[in-house]
Design a protein around this ligand. Structure first.
Ligand SMILES: [Fe+2]
Length: 387
């Protein structure tokens, strides 16, 4: 293999354990980190399914106290982070475990930042803005999509400005991720589809990113291949641990890829959309992936051809224009097969909302690594495509 680039690239990743029942190692790792009282950030559905209890029982077995915090909504809000930080301090905790989808994990990262640095979470927007490292953080993802369990990103909803902010720092890479397929068996078909499309988007954006490297390229393409093989199978057979494990592997690889290569216009526009209308993150990505590929394609046709191949579609003998059309239809077909075909207008967004959405997307740090620099008007056109 010829290295794609000789530029300097660094790669940051946490320790992780992948495999069935990895969540039950939470107590042992918390003990290794010197935890006496763990703040467990989670969500109501994860509690109902019994996965949070598995974690608190493993803490009990090690003689470690726990306080559960589950007041986290999808698209975690700034005030939820601040409430969580207050509760963490009141309880006298000294470590955090996040078990759930991307929202509890991002909220947990935010709580860690606030309790260590004593400022409002919105003060940490941007890249490398966290002076004091947060307390130990163990992440247990219950969806195959977020990648937050291995990434240096946290996305928090700024409720006043109605926009999602990105906090990017290696100080919020978790200390360990326990990557366990068993909790995925309780995911609904809809959430499986949305989070799976999020994972695919991470990998596509990381692969075409300006900051990609041979390491992130390898991870991104393998992630796309895993998801294209197993996402539908996992959705149709929700209790199949093997299929769930493959999608979790796809999500993990995509998470490592985007954490180090960053993202692009799909996420910049999805963050703006999610802050504006509180739509599910994965659904926003699924809707925006096609218009962004349509716009970006001319900047890196070879890269998109490799994405098409990773989706198991033969591109032999096709012209660049045919490759683009085939890739767009492959993504459309995947979305249709997953039952995830909503348009932006069907989700309640109208044409008059687009200028504001585009303005906010233009300021998102994910746009910096998009392979083609869009103007404000380009971003508006991409939103219109998705209407
Ligand atoms: Fe994402």
């Amino acid at each position: 293999m010829v290295l794609a680039s000789l530029d300097l690239r660094k790669f940051v990743a946490p320790e992780f354990v992948i495999g069935s029942n990895a969540r039950n190692l939470a107590g042992r790792y918390a003990k290794n980190f010197g935890a006496a009282h763990v703040f467990v950030v989670t969500g109501p559905n994860v509690i109902r399914a019994g996965w949070t209890k598995d974690v608190t029982e493993s803490l009990d077995a090690e003689g470690i106290r726990s306080t559960i915090f589950s007041e986290v909504t999808p698209n975690p809000r700034d005030f939820e982070v601040m409430n969580g930080a207050e509760r963490y301090q009141q309880a006298g905790c000294n470590a955090i475990i996040a078990i759930g989808g991307g929202s509890p994990i991002d909220c947990a990262k935010g709580i860690g930042i606030v309790v260590s640095n004593g400022k409002h979470i919105l003060a940490f927007e941007g890249v490398d803005t966290i002076p004091v490292p947060p307390p130990p953080l163990i992440c247990i993802p219950t969806t195959a999509g977020t990648g937050a369990d291995v990434s240096q990103f946290a996305i928090i909803n700024d409720t006043k400005r109605k926009v999602k902010i990105a906090i990017i720092s290696k100080k919020i890479v978790p200390d360990i991720a326990l990557v366990d397929p068993v909790p995925l068996t309780s995911l609904t078909p809809e959430l499986t589809a949305h989070t799976g499309m999020d994972a695919i988007t991470h990998s596509v954006e990381a692969y075409v990113s300006n900051a990609s490297s041979p390491v992130t390229d390898t991870l991104a393409l393998e992630s796309i291949s895993q998801m294209s093989h197993y996402l539908l199978k996992a959705q149709k057979n929700p209790g199949n641990i093997g299929y769930r494990n493959q999608t979790l592997l796809g999500s993990l690889l995509g998470g490592l890829a985007f954490s180090n290569a960053s993202l692009g216009a799909v996420h910049a526009m999805a963050h703006s959309l999610g802050g504006f209308s509180d739509l599910p993150h994965g659904a926003c990505n699924a809707i925006l992936l096609e218009p962004v590929i349509d716009f970006n394609f001319e900047a890196c046709p070879d890269r998109y051809e490799a994405v098409l191949k990773a989706l198991m579609v033969d591109s032999a003998g096709l012209s660049p224009e045919e490759i683009k059309r085939t890739l767009l239809s492959a993504i459309r077909l995947l979305r249709e097969s997953l039952g995830d075909t909503m348009s932006l207008s069907e989700m309640g967004v109208s044409k008059k909302d687009i200028p504001e959405l585009a303005r906010k997307a233009k300021r998102d740090p994910c746009l910096a690594t998009n392979p083609r620099k869009p103007t404000l008007e380009d971003i508006e056109r991409m939103y219109e495509y998705a209407l």
